[in-house]
Design a protein around this ligand. Structure first.
Ligand SMILES: Nc1ncnc2c1ncn2[C@@H]1O[C@H](COP(=O)(O)OP(=O)(O)OP(=O)(O)O)[C@@H](O)[C@H]1O
Length: 265
């Protein structure tokens, strides 16, 4: 399908019938996601080892898979590397220990994955993204001297500097303090509102309840449930998927809170 003739029904990310193996072990089996539209922040939730990172890595074309993963109707597996690097931003779960590169150089290196940009323009783009994330003061610091949370913010800068259409983030708040968690999630909402498809793996269901347009719960390599937070976060889901007895209650400002009473026997 040509860009000009693209059916608006195909806009966004489509994941259909995806299977992923590590060796002979099937990790994800015949998984299809609801279509994920530009403008929405989707949270991928689920217990440890459910396959969240594996699925995200497959969407980013970092892990082989069977099935169809398309963005705006285009098969991501068939796109030339540079075009894919332009379209897809990926923030990994594990933060590299840090090289001796300074932060600005690392952002410029991420920018170069899509081709050469004139130096002044590249510097301006890299600084603009650091300023957008409120970390411009880190520009000249070596990566290996940053705290875990600072590195996580720099990792987000690397993922968004190419202005991707699809942004994939694996536990992007895991090293952040409370204020920066909120800053990052508000930023993800803004990035989505600008017309991107944004998918983030989160373990913190309170954050997911507050910020996600939609939650997709993975369990045992397939989708257990999906929908707006209030529909997905139920005591029944928490019992089936996480094996905990829990209450989901509304507190002030109509916020959902998940109260875990205990692990099920
Ligand atoms: N490189 C690998 N080789 C073999 N098995 C792997 C590899 N990476 C992950 N796995 C296995 O695949 C399964 C899914 O792992 P994955 O990292 O996708 O889970 P997850 O839902 O992201 O978990 P967590 O919440 O703990 O990060 C696990 O059983 C894991 O042990």
């Amino acid at each position: 399908m040509s860009g000009a003739g693209a059916n608006t029904a195909a806009l966004g990310l489509s994941v259909r019938d995806v299977a992923i193996n590590y060796g002979r072990r099937r990790i994800v089996d015949g998984l299809s996601l609801p279509d994920l539209r530009p403008g929405e922040l989707t949270v991928l939730a689920g217990p440890n080892a459910a396959g969240k990172s594996t699925l995200l890595r497959a969407v980013a074309q970092l892990t082989p898979y069977r099935g169809a993963i398309t963005l705006d109707g285009r098969d991501l597996a068939q796109l030339p590397g540079r075009e894919r690097a332009q379209l897809v931003g990926f923030m990994p779960q594990t933060l590299p220990a840090g090289s001796s590169l300074i932060v600005l150089q690392s952002i410029l290196a991420a920018l170069r994955a899509t081709g050469e940009t004139p130096a002044a323009q590249a510097d301006a783009a890299a600084m603009a993204v650091l300023e957008r994330l409120g970390i411009a003061e880190l520009a000249l610091r070596p990566l290996n001297q940053l705290s875990g949370g600072q590195r996580q913010m720099v990792s987000l800068a690397q993922a968004i500097v190419r202005d991707p259409r699809l942004l994939l983030l694996d536990e992007p708040t895991s090293a952040l303090d409370l204020a920066r968690q909120v800053r990052l999630l508000a930023e993800l909402r803004r990035l989505a509102a600008e017309g991107r498809v944004v998918v983030a793996v989160l373990h913190d269901l309170a954050l997911a309840a507050q910020w996600a347009d939609r939650i997709v719960v993975l369990h045992g390599g397939s989708v257990h449930s999906h929908g707006p937070p209030a529909e997905v976060l139920t005591p029944a889901m928490l019992a089936q998927v996480y094996r905990v007895e829990a209450r989901v209650e509304r507190c002030s400002r109509d916020r959902l809170v998940v109260l875990i009473d205990h692990e099920m026997a």
